[in-house]
Design a protein around this ligand. Structure first.
Ligand SMILES: Cc1ncc(COP(=O)(O)O)c(C=O)c1O
Length: 488
């Protein structure tokens, strides 16, 4: 017999409520004491088998599901909640962020369209983002899942706006010559992916070499643009880096702006983490150009320590932004009153129609701490990175592979007499052991052929002692490996 009044709500709300209280207690305990735990653990075979179980057909009690979570999922966290996690560029999150996610999920609004509070909070957070970067109040913007999405959204507007053509209708196929985008060779791979999905192709990304500080080579940039114009191509955009992923380098943004003005190009800034360094007085001058850029992409889950995910793109020309994405079929028509009234749909500013309430965690966190505290935390991370650079410079066994300029430290264990290949192998093993022994989680990169242990610090839980420990343990593991003649 077909039952018609079923629901997924609990039969017994009190039991569910108690389970919820228990979860909150457990998660607060976890975060309070996370520094006493290993930063990372190998996932055992039993857990990997568990991950392959087929789709459940029959119910399991909520408490039993939670027990499974505690046994097989929770212990094998990635580690970016830990004070010694420094891999890639991954923020820590905060307890308030956890609670905000709970509240957002309980309200569960789809923040694409409609007259409801979440739409206004989403807009307010975009306004706060503009204020944080001193970006024009008339600009538009949208919260997205992260830097990759923010970059492709900004570049879509640049592509559609820069040529006097209806790209949206005709695509890029009617453009004679190629539409070209310029960036340094150190630019994040998401820019290349953006060019690919925007139909421009990898060949449209002119990767310009960098100087000894990993900043784009201005002479080469100008020469390349001029040569491209001469052969009938269409340069349309320069992507400037405010903090490269490898080393934290900031391109000479003033120069890029001047070149954009001269050749009528769109200036997009990838400031995934570095844009927010603008809050630190040490960077407010070098990043001031962001205020004049046509678009800027940055992440709040990196240097604003928000739980995953939330990124943002701001676009100076709101009309160009809207013209790139707005379509209004009859079922999305907005009216003057009722639920379908209110603010302009977010669908007019990006690809997504359905969107979660990611603004709430930003809103609550900024209220909880105030912007000044975030500026202080960002400065603290930068100071910690410089401190680690000093420790490395004082330690003869270690070598800093590039001067620290922001929050990224690239270094290696070095031993005279070893070839570069041997050092690369040795440092790769040191990094894996740092992680496997649960000590710290840097990641890696390669700088001029040298394998680097790479520390990217967007961690609101790290203390100076964490960096001292990482330096000490790198030396210990390196020494151990050498005494066992790991590398000949
Ligand atoms: C400079 C830079 N750009 C873009 C990205 C991509 O951002 P997301 O991982 O949020 O998509 C990153 C990620 O680390 C980055 O460092």
């Amino acid at each position: 017999m077909l039952v018609t009044d079923q629901t997924l709500d609990p039969k017994d709300w009190n039991t569910m409520r108690q389970l919820g209280h228990q979860m909150i207690d457990d998660m607060m305990d976890l975060l309070e004491n996370i520094g006493d735990q290993p930063v990372w653990k190998n996932i055992p075979a039993t857990a990997k088998t568990f991950y392959q179980e087929p789709v459940p057909q029959r119910p399991t009690s909520a408490s039993a599901v939670y027990e499974e979570f505690k046994q097989f999922i929770l212990p094998y966290y990635k580690g970016n909640i830990h004070p010694r996690f420094f891999a890639w560029v991954e923020g820590t999150g905060t307890p308030m962020g956890v609670l905000a996610e709970l509240l957002a999920a309980a309200m569960n609004p789809n923040v694409g369209i409609g007259e409801h509070a979440a739409m206004y909070i989403d807009k307010q957070v975009i306004d706060w983002c503009k204020q944080m970067l001193h970006y024009p109040a008339t600009a538009s913007g949208i919260l997205l899942s992260g830097g990759s999405m923010a970059n492709v959204t900004g570049l879509a507007v640049a592509r559609n706006h820069q040529l006097n053509k209806n790209i949206r209708k005709e695509g890029v196929r009617t453009v004679k010559g190629q539409m070209l985008l310029y960036c340094s060779a150190e630019t994040h791979s998401c820019i290349q992916k953006a060019a690919e999905v925007l139909g421009l192709g990898t060949d449209a990304v002119r990767k310009i070499s960098v100087d000894e500080n990993y900043r784009i080579n201005i002479n080469e940039l100008v020469n390349t643009i001029e040569a491209d114009i001469l052969i009938g191509h269409h340069p349309f955009c320069i992507v400037g880096n405010a903090g490269t992923v490898n080393t934290g380098a900031v391109d000479p943004l003033e120069d890029l702006l001047a070149i954009c003005n001269k050749y009528n190009l769109w200036l997009h800034i990838d400031g995934a983490f570095g844009a927010l360094a603008k809050l630190a007085p040490e960077f407010s001058d070098s990043l001031k150009v962001i205020e004049a850029a046509d678009s800027v992409a940055f992440d709040l889950h990196k240097w604003m320590y928000m739980p995953y995910e939330v990124g943002c793109v701001l676009i100076k020309n709101a009309k160009a932004h809207r013209d790139t994405f707005s379509v209004t079929p009859s079922y999305l028509t907005q009216v003057e009153r009722g639920l379908a009234g209110g603010l302009e749909s977010n669908n007019s500013f990006g690809l997504e129609l359905s969107r979660g309430f990611k603004a709430l965690k930003v809103w609550m966190s900024l209220k909880e701490h105030g912007l000044e505290k975030y500026a202080a935390m960002i400065r603290q991370n930068i100071k910690q990175a410089f401190y680690m650079g000093e420790l490395i410079n004082k330690e003869p066994k270690l070598e800093l592979l590039t001067p620290v300029t922001m929050n990224i430290v690239c270094y290696r264990y070095n031993k005279t007499g070893l070839s570069n290949d041997a050092l690369n192998q040795l440092n790769k093993e040191i990094l894996i052991q740092l992680q496997e022994q649960g000590i710290a989680s840097p990641s890696s990169t390669v700088l001029q052929g040298k394998y680097a242990i790479r520390v990217a610090n967007v961690n609101q839980r790290s203390k100076l002692a964490d960096f001292r420990l990482l330096v000490k343990e790198t030396c210990r593991i390196g020494d151990d490996l050498m005494s066992g003649n790991f590398v000949k």
